[in-house]
Design a protein around this ligand. Structure first.
Ligand code: ATP
Length: 563
């Protein structure tokens, strides 16, 4: 049995380790040390995850619940906890400080804990599960009570990480990349094999246990499964049409629909839909579920497509309208009437028990066409295989005229590569460079905007350390309606507040347009954006989609070469 104290000590060592290679070996050592039952829990915990991203379980603890639990456990008031947060700037340190002494100056940590009383990693996980399961009336109290139990059973070394885990923000610099490498190192499985297993199952906990139990052979045997989303294949920008044709040969051309990505799993009459972030959105889209049942003639299938909201003129509506549908939890039928969707299916990865990932696109396409019956709500649009630039440009113009984004130029011989942004899918669209950046902080507005969050701090990603590096702030591009919506959305994600400044859990991604990237000493990334403006809130994207620091450096270089 691994105690949570041992886990916390390992986290402290990792947190204090500067280089990513050294960190990887520390994580590998930790993964190797724990039991097979504890391995999936520790694998997720070390990345600051309680449940795999795609799981329907969500811990659902925000600053409000956490502060109340800390207040109740320590005897301080919530206001006093907030003051400590402002002083320490870290929720883990706040927990240690608050629980170190209660309001009467007495130590609240139980100094009489025996070995037997120690919290185990599994017990902490089970408490988090109870917290996640609490719903409806009284759920706040139940969540607080469970957290209180954890805080009062833990030592100072532990409370810091319990608090950070509760808000899923570990801050020890371990991301998916490091865990992937650590699994490879701990269990002697090549990194590419671990990566493939991860892309197919989306669960590093499962990959780790498989590696520990069955080594390279077992991990190679990991396969996709119905009702568990796989990572989506992604596209690169086509440098020029000519280069694309010379790279691919004779490409397959499709419209690049202006909508939001959906992965469909049909298992008999059970249909599940997953968003680009691999969240289960089936309940919000009963119309699409019904269409799949009616028009997809297959016992089981995994399909890939783009949901588009069409206006009365047949043009795609704003991206936000589609996301309204994806997020809807009530009045679902009404919203479905207001914002009807058409699902354009463009790929198939699995059919009636057969894994099609390694089949060439051209064959997948035949199978797709043979099992989907076109209707208003769901269709397989045309695909043209041609190397005639004129014809391709014509398709491109038609797509733009119809209000879509441009075209996809695909390699007809290519497999479906989950999670890869490679040369087999190229996109051509009118150039407007945007960056997908994660919001890490914000500031309450001034004047007319005092009750709204008026500006947002943006960050890119450092894949080496798993950390988010600030690149600037955005305060323009928001409609009044959006200001209110975003204020409500971010209010649930607040980790800390000091004066007008807020720190938020990194979760929401903004697509940002800008004039230029500049070098800057103001921000940790070393770069800043000139005239940043919000284009879209990309709730369909996840943290893995956040632009890397390498990409920002590359764009900076390209910009200098152009000028
Ligand atoms: P963008 O911001 O350009 O949409 P992205 O990062 O969201 O980029 P990309 O990988 O660059 O995604 O482009 C592929 C996206 O285009 C897919 O995620 C999908 O949502 C959308 N898409 C629309 N039509 C198609 C199509 N026919 N084939 C593949 N993807 C399509």
């Amino acid at each position: 049995m691994t105690s949570f104290r041992e886990f916390a000590e390992a986290c402290k060592v990792i947190e204090d380790t500067p280089g990513s290679l050294e960190m990887t070996s520390q994580v590998a050592e930790l993964l190797d040390r724990v039991s097979i039952e504890e391995l999936p829990i520790v694998t997720h915990f070390v990345m600051g995850e309680v449940f795999p991203a795609w799981s329907s379980e969500d811990i659902g603890v925000g600053a409000g619940i956490l502060y109340s639990a800390l207040a109740k456990s320590s005897g301080f008031s919530v206001d006093e906890i907030e003051d400590i947060v402002k002083e320490t700037g870290d929720i883990g340190k706040t927990a240690v400080r608050a629980l170190g002494k209660n309001s009467n100056g007495q130590a609240t940590f139980s100094s009489f804990l025996t070995e037997l009383d120690e919290l185990s990693v599994t017990e902490v996980f089970q408490r988090f599960q109870s917290i996640s399961k609490a719903s409806g009336k009284g759920s706040q109290t139940a969540k607080i009570k469970n957290l209180q139990y954890l805080f009062n059973s833990a030592s100072p070394e532990e409370v810091s990480y319990i608090a950070r885990l509760a808000v899923e923000d570990m801050r020890i610099g371990v991301g998916e990349g490091i865990v992937r490498d650590a699994i490879a190192a701990a269990f002697y499985v090549p990194v590419e094999v671990v990566e493939r297993g991860f892309m197919l199952t989306n669960d590093l906990g499962l990959v780790a246990t498989t590696a520990k139990q069955g080594g390279v052979e077992a991990v190679s045997g990991l396969d996709m499964q119905l009702n568990r989303p796989i990572r989506m294949m992604l596209a690169q920008v086509a440098p020029t049409l000519e280069a694309a044709i010379s790279d691919i040969g004779t490409p397959a051309i499709e419209w690049k629909f202006d909508g939001a990505r959906v992965q469909i799993h049909k298992d008999g009459d059970n249909v599940k839909l997953y968003s680009r972030r691999l969240e289960d959105i089936s309940n919000s889209l009963p119309d699409i579920v019904a269409s799949i049942k009616k028009y997809v003639h297959a016992d089981s299938a995994i399909l890939d497509g783009e949901a588009v909201a069409i206006d009365e003129n047949g043009h795609p509506r704003a991206f936000q309208d589609i996301l309204k549908r994806f997020r809807r939890k009530y009045d679902i039928q009404l919203t479905a009437k207001e914002i009807p969707l058409t699902l354009n299916i463009f790929d198939i990865m699995y059919l009636n028990g057969e894994n099609l990932l390694d089949e060439p696109l051209i064959r997948r396409r035949e199978l797709l066409e043979s099992c989907v019956e076109n209707a208003d709500s769901i269709r397989v649009d045309s695909q043209v295989v041609t190397d005639d630039p004129e014809m391709i440009n014509e398709i491109y113009s038609k797509a733009l005229k119809a209000g879509h984004e441009g075209i996809m130029i695909k390699n007809p011989e290519s497999p479906y590569s989950p999670g890869k942004r490679g040369k087999n899918w190229l996109k051509k669209k009118p150039v407007m460079e945007t960056l997908d950046l994660v919001v890490i902080g914000a500031e309450w507005g001034y004047g007319r905007r005092t009750s709204y969050i008026g500006s947002y701090a943006l960050a890119c990603h450092d894949p080496e350390t798993g950390r988010f590096l600030p690149v600037g702030k955005v305060a323009t591009g928001f409609s009044d309606e959006q200001l209110a919506e975003l204020t409500a959305l971010f209010s649930d994600l607040i980790i800390m507040e000091a004066g007008k400044k807020i720190e938020v859990k990194p979760e929401i991604i903004f697509e940002i347009a800008f004039e230029e990237i500049q070098k800057s000493t103001n921000y940790e990334s070393g770069y800043a954006l000139r005239f940043p403006r919000l284009v879209n809130v990309r709730d369909d994207k996840s943290l893995e989609d956040v632009e890397s620091i390498g990409r920002i450096e590359e764009m900076y270089r390209m910009q200098r070469e152009r000028s």
